[in-house]
Design a protein around this ligand. Structure first.
Ligand SMILES: [Zn+2]
Length: 77
């Protein structure tokens, strides 16, 4: 298997397409807008693990509840 480059803009873009909460920084790093931190993206599994466990997951859950509450408030008008 060929060894993948760690800082490929294409890779960051692909991850950004799959996970909308990530953006590429100017120095080709993957930035998580949810946790406000840079995430290791050398392997896709690092990103998937970041999304699935810990703080990130909790914030997303909280945000979903918030969005759901707004929807309820506005639909009742
Ligand atoms: Zn995160």
């Amino acid at each position: 298997m060929p060894k993948a480059k760690s800082s490929s803009p294409t890779k960051i873009k692909a991850i950004g397409n799959d996970f909308e909460e990530f953006t590429a920084t100017s120095n080709q790093k993957l930035y998580c807008q949810v946790c406000c931190c840079v995430v290791e993206h050398e392997k896709r599994i690092f990103v998937e693990q970041h999304v699935a466990i810990g703080n990130h997951h909790k914030v997303i859950e909280k945000r979903n509840i918030l969005v759901w509450s707004y929807k309820v408030i506005f639909s009742e008008k």
